[in-house]
Ligand binder design. Structure first.
Ligand SMILES: Cc1cc2nc3c(=O)[nH]c(=O)nc-3n(C[C@H](O)[C@H](O)[C@H](O)COP(=O)(O)O)c2cc1C
Length: 386
């Protein structure tokens, strides 16, 4: 979801950073551990690489690439001083100087080191620069001294990291409703009429919107891959469920993105029990479902941005998508060609065209995460112009 540079420095509390690393990974973050030489006396860089699930030959300059958060926990008096003065003499302090984003530090040290005027001045200098400090807490230190200096607990640091990540994104304060996956319309107790949508595109959009600070609600229709952490998940297995939940959640949403493949037709009658196998043919009658996007288009409030997906096949798809854009009252349509097996349904990549009333923009074939970035860039531009 977000890339987090996790700096670990040479204090006893370094062992607690293992748990913090695990929690960050569990939340879905891409964690890059930066362990100082002094910290390696307490914990090994290898432990953090394993916890962060980093491949052995990871790019050595990864620490200098874009990150959403630099989190130093524990932060020694020494590293706090280096951060305050811009010293770059190890993998962590180099990264800190190159980092252009929010920084969160969890100081941990002996109470006398924490109360020393030099440390006070360094902490104050960092605060003035916008660095967020979490802790230290009061209590007994590892050496048995009482006072303020103990590192905040991993849970508390994780909460602070969440707040910092949410508070800086361009979609901060926006509510985004996204649907993902493909609905399944029951035929009987065990069979259904469904489609091949995995939900990957909607999930990538949800993760990206969340990364940009939005409050995300995901309407999940039979996802084949796990949903990102940190969002509200509402299970909507059938078209009727999705319709009900979309209409219930849409009024509060600033942006609605309907990426799920919702059945256009459902069996007119679903059997309560499993129909036993016999030799007779089974003739089905399918009835149309509600066009949820059109209803959302009719009911949307002022200032709400509505994004639809058009799963079309072949060259005539663009014409049909243009027609849908005007008919369904959406601001933006994302057209993907579902006749190709390398993109679209159940694929890792997508290649789409973004259609608005003003323009049509092709987005080159790329992993769905990157396509989500392009779509949300367009959404942000439209919100900005709106
Ligand atoms: C057993 C032991 C425990 C230490 N615990 C801390 C600590 O909790 N906080 C701190 O600021 N320094 C502590 N130090 C001192 C740091 O390890 C030392 O200042 C080191 O240079 C920090 O380097 P770093 O900031 O690059 O990791 C400790 C040293 C030892 C030997």
């Amino acid at each position: 979801m977000s890339r987090v540079l996790l700096g670990v420095t040479g204090g006893i509390a370094a062992y607690k950073a293992c748990e913090l690393c695990r929690l960050l990974v569990k939340e879905g973050h891409d964690v890059v551990p930066l362990v100082t030489p002094a910290a390696e006396r307490f914990v090994t860089a290898e432990t953090f690489r394993a916890l962060a699930r980093r491949p052995p030959g990871d790019d050595v300059y990864l620490h200098l690439t874009r990150a959403d958060l630099l989190l130093v926990a524990p932060c020694t008096a020494n590293t706090l001083a280096k951060l305050a003065h811009g010293i770059a003499d190890n993998v962590l302090t180099e990264a800190a100087l190159a980092h252009r984003g929010p920084t969160l530090v969890a100081p941990a040290m002996n109470p006398r080191m924490w109360s020393h005027p030099a440390t006070r001045a360094n902490a104050e200098a960092l605060r003035e620069r916008g660095v967020v400090l979490v802790g230290p807490d009061e209590g007994e230190t590892a050496e048995g001294e009482l006072g303020v200096g103990r590192m905040a607990e991993p849970d508390e640091i994780l909460g602070a990291a969440r707040n910092v990540l949410m508070g800086t994104g361009p979609l901060r304060g926006k509510r985004v409703l996204i649907s993902a996956g493909g609905t399944r319309e029951p035929l009987d107790a065990v069979r259904f009429v469904g489609n091949r949508s995995s939900g990957r595109m909607g999930i990538a959009l949800a993760a990206e919107a969340r990364r940009r600070g939005a409050e995300v609600t995901l309407l999940a229709a039979n996802l084949a891959v796990p949903a990102p952490a940190g969002i509200e998940l509402v299970e909507t297995p059938t078209a009727a469920d999705l319709e009900r939940e979309a209409l219930a959640h849409a009024p509060e949403a600033d942006v609605v993105v309907m990426a799920a493949a919702v059945a256009d037709y459902r069996p007119a009658e679903a059997l309560a029990a499993k129909r036993p196998k016999d030799t007779a043919a089974w003739t089905l009658e399918l009835e149309p479902t509600t066009d949820v996007l059109s209803v959302l288009g009719e009911r949307r409030r002022d200032g709400q941005l509505l994004v639809g997906f058009a799963a079309e096949t072949g060259a005539a798809g663009l014409e049909r998508a243009r027609e849908k854009l005007s008919r369904k009252g959406a601001d933006l349509f994302v057209l993907n060609d579902v006749s190709r097996t390398d993109i679209g349904f159940d694929a890792y990549e997508n290649e789409v065209t973004l259609l608005t009333a003003a323009a049509e923009r092709p987005v080159a074939k790329a992993p769905k995460e990157e396509v989500a970035v392009a779509i949300l860039d367009e959404v942000e531009a439209m919100i900005g112009n709106g």
